[in-house]
Design a protein around this ligand. Sequence first.
Ligand SMILES: [Zn+2]
Length: 450
Amino acid sequence: MLLAAKWVLPISQKPIEDGAVVIEGSKIKDVGRFRTLVNKYPNKEVLNFGKAAVLPGFVDLHTHLEYSVFRGACDDLGYADWKMQLTLKSESLKKSDWIQSAYLGALEALQSGITTIADITKSGASLKAAKDAGLRGVIYYEISGMDHAAVTDIMTKAIKGIDKWIDAASGTNLIIGVAPHSPYTVSPPLYKVSTEWAREQGLPLCTHLAGSKAEYDFVKYGSGRLSNEYWDMVGWGDILWQPTGVSPVKYLEEWGVFEGGGMLAVHCVQVDEPDIDILEKYNVSIAHCARCSAKLGMGVAPLSNFLNRKLKVGIGTDSPASNNTMDMFDEMRIGLLIQRGMTRSADFTAEDFVYMATLGGAKALNLHDRIGSLDPGKKADIVVVDMSHSHQIPTRDPYSALVYTANQENVVLTMVDGKILYKDGKYITLDESEIVKKAEPIRRRLKMDS
Ligand SMILES: [Zn+2]
């Protein structure tokens, strides 16, 4: 198959005007000018998208597919209130509901041109949905627990669960990882034991870190609503939490959580220069979730400081429970505009954000040898974005058009591993009408008044 368009954006090199990508099996065979490639490969089926951009599929560095049905159910709340609403409303969902909710997220991922996800899931629903959808990604098994006496039990259960998930992911494009949830939901010994075990097993790691001020106050001072109301709500009211006197990043360093590398930290908003020194020292990757952080009043991450230190940074949409959509174009655009507004500078370009949403995310997951750019030998994870609409023309710069004018509705093709999973509004692997129909009753069951 040969995909042709006005623009091909390999990311690893400059955009190619009137370009094409040749696909053979699951891999990219060639990238270059359309005229050259159509002569070189005369027998290939040609799909010409005209005024469009062909680029690597987006790497969404932080998702919770299973929370998709919560879209709009916990709006207009600060982080601690949002977390408590989400926890409360989650109680009304059954296992099958979580799976349907995750299917809804998988639909949107494909429509948004997301080909790789880094998903934290408690129920395992994201694994099933991502597998059936044909997505690539890392599915992290969520671990939480504050009772020091329960560490062994929690780990025994987790190890059994992870074994099952690894079996279920066999033969797919999915890898299983481990995610101790966050500093306010994971006890110090559980952080230590779970990260050490994951490293022994060679499994990737992820954690929410330094997101809200509420988390910061909890870790450093032992104060705030997370240590009081939230802990009471989840049954940890009798557990003693000793304030650490240090920042969340420093606290995890002291417990050896970053030792050995391979950690993806989500958010990293409440960080100062000494924290960034630590992130740099241990080569921690960062999932930058700008819209979620803004919507929940968490703050703005110091993105230019991360990039000046050459940290591996990608873009995450987080879940529709907090961010309402998984639109990677919105995420790039708003993320860029927030930085410009906050820093009163034009340090970042549209190209920087497309890089973070593709190859940057792939590097953060250590998958850049396989995905993230259009290069011969890499996996054919590809998205095509229509740029022919009135709000997009005229343009001479495809990066500008993608970041400042496009939305997920402009995605016309999403391909993973050489297989078309979404084309012209139609899903190949998922039954859209069935998934949407089943999501509505679940949404109605959520306790809307609490
Ligand atoms: Zn999250």
